[in-house]
Design a protein around this ligand. Sequence first.
Ligand code: ADP
Ligand code: MG
Length: 370
Amino acid sequence: MSSVTLHQVDKRYADDVKVVSGVDLKIDAGEFVVFVGPSGSGKTTLLRMIAGLESVSGGEIYIGELLANDVHASQRGIAMVFQSYALYPHMTVYDNMAFALRMAGTPKAEVAQRVRKSAEILQITHLLERKPKAMSGGQRQRVAIGRAIVREPQVFLFDEPLSNLDAALRQNMRVELSRLHRELGTTMIYVTHDQVEAMTLAERIVVFDAGVVQQVGTPLALYESPANLFVASFLGAPKMNLLPATLRSGDAGAAQVDLPGLGTLQVAVDATRDAAGSAVTVGVRPEHLQWVVDDAGDDANTLAVRVELIEYLGDHLLAYVAAPGVADGLCLKLPGHTTPLRSGDAARVRLPATHCLLFDSAGQAFPRCA
Ligand code: ADP
Ligand code: MG
């Protein structure tokens, strides 16, 4: 297995628009890294540059110690799995998996041994004599992965490999891919637009927007401390609640903000770098909003709201509430056995200071207080 190092990597197409800009990234040998971002954010382009299927407009790509910019795809020690499976329809599973090895002149006995071993890992031994059309989508995707495994690459690249599968199968395959990574220990770079796949699979996530890396870190670090509004809204479902506000005052221990029409809120961040009166955005995740049931009189950091809609989801419920000045309202994630709420009810919601984030007018997060 190899590390992959990207240094100031750019991609420009003929029309001179940069679709990937200045990507700096070190992926350790054996690491499972997920590139996540909306459609069109340059993930596939970057993956194809690493694979050698697309030229590099600027910067350097290293596979291990090897400067790979001008190395042919077949010489990079990389295997890529595509969303479309790209199996040969007229060949059996065995022949599909053996194809690359045969092309490379691998001895017959070794081909057989490697195909059988990969088939066992993926539990598709019983399918080896079938053709792709006689298999389900999930089985085909396993074969596509098997075709990559037999090559024993230094690095695996996956481009949205589960997007064509139904939800239940996607979840199964996520578990399988994690297991596969543990078993093989090979470096894996996995591209997806699905934040759930990113959160569940990655050791580290790289968030892209418009060809630019927004943040790199563990799933938990990105979820808890997003660097900017883009990352904050992209990770997590339902999305983080965002409330427009004005910075009132603050010291290094906490900031006070005014929510138009709602009151004053304390947020445990250091906002001293911005002047009082600056436009800011408060962010708070649905699971951190608290329903104020007993009106014990402690109104600190609470807002008056009106219930609009309740969605019961068994173990939890989502309460959508309207609040003045908050265009999209707020979403609360509460335990499923919460006292019944009805649409139209007036209520109070608490925004705990330590769970609120604060973003400046450019969308950058203020540092949280310890
Ligand atoms: P993602 O995989 O994140 O959805 P892509 O890497 O496929 O994004 O695309 C990034 C951007 O590059 C898109 O705006 C896309 O239209 C553009 N693009 C991709 N391939 C080409 C190409 N061959 N010529 C011009 N533009 C391209
Ligand atoms: Mg893509």
